[in-house]
Design a protein around this ligand. Structure first.
Ligand code: NAD
Length: 257
């Protein structure tokens, strides 16, 4: 129970990677704060279930990560933040000339600027506590590019840059900042793309996964949310005290190509 007594805030954590990371941090003993922009019974139930399963305090706080004040209010309302996992993210795929301005603005705000606002609010709490971990969920698209994902690739490269600055500004304190760069991870979002991709390319779903979705992932396997969560737990461990300002790829070899 290495993280007992620590409070972790995970943005965008009522599904997918965020939820997986929250569960692994709770398994390691951290109290967790789940977040998304919705405020449904189901959101609060998820937190209750994690609290009961891992015997930690787990809360859900609604906050829209596209809104700078709401980002800062999330951290303030949580009251403590030893571990900040900036995970909330959305995607839109379109050529640059057709890319809707509102989609560009939303992706930059949610995927990148929320990381800045949450970090700015969390650092004073980490400094007061004398310990802290910032874990930014970037992407293989924080290190490489794909066509038609201009806003996403720009935002994720921005997150990698911000991670380095955060690390330098905290380098002489017991605070670290790192980015995890997942390749394709099996989340409901990605799973939902399989039937459409199969239809589009007139393939079986298995072929669509292997030949289209995992085309750039040499392992031909999805990463799992538990693996991303386990990487976050490692970054929060004492073994990672001197790991700061870097990226850790969990991408089945994508960025080695
Ligand atoms: P997901 O859609 O399952 O999760 C996204 C989370 O962000 C959800 O909880 C959603 O409610 C939340 N969210 C969206 N807009 C929000 C807003 N305005 N305010 C607060 N919360 C908001 O997708 P995911 O695949 O789990 O993605 C999580 C993160 O991982 C994203 O940053 C994504 O870019 C990154 N990522 C995912 C993959 C992948 O293959 N799934 C790969 C690399 C990086």
């Amino acid at each position: 129970m290495e993280l007992k007594g620590k409070t972790a805030i995970i943005t965008g954590s009522n599904s997918g990677i965020g939820l997986g990371v929250a569960r692994e941090l709770a398994r390691a003993g951290a109290d967790v704060v789940l977040n998304s922009f919705t405020d449904n019974d189901e959101d609060h139930r998820l937190a209750q279930e994690i609290g009961a399963e891992f015997n930690v305090t787990a809360r859900y706080i609604q906050a829209d990560m596209s809104n700078p004040e709401a980002c800062r209010a999330l951290i303030e309302q949580a009251g403590a933040c030893d571990i900040l996992v900036n995970n909330a993210g959305i995607q839109h795929v379109s050529p640059i000339e057709d890319f809707p301005t509102e989609k560009w603005d939303a992706i930059i705000a949610i995927n990148m600027s929320s990381t800045f606002h949450c970090t700015a609010a969390a650092l004073p709490m980490m400094r007061k506590a004398g310990w802290g971990r910032v874990v930014n969920i970037a992407s293989a698209h924080g290190l490489t590019a794909s066509p038609f994902k201009s806003a996403y690739v720009a935002a994720k490269h921005g997150v990698v840059g911000l991670t380095k600055v955060t690390a330098l500004e905290t380098a002489q304190e017991l605070i670290t900042a790192n980015a995890i760069c997942p390749g394709y991870v099996k989340t409901p979002l990605v799973e939902a793309q399989v039937p459409d991709t199969a239809k589009k390319y007139d393939m079986t779903e298995e072929e669509a996964v292997q030949k289209v979705i995992l085309e750039r992932q040499p392992s031909k396997e999805f990463a799992t949310v538990e693996q991303i969560g386990g990487t976050a737990v490692f970054l929060c461990s004492a073994a990672a005290d001197q790991i700061t300002g870097t990226t850790i790829s969990v991408d089945g070899g994508w960025t080695a190509l």
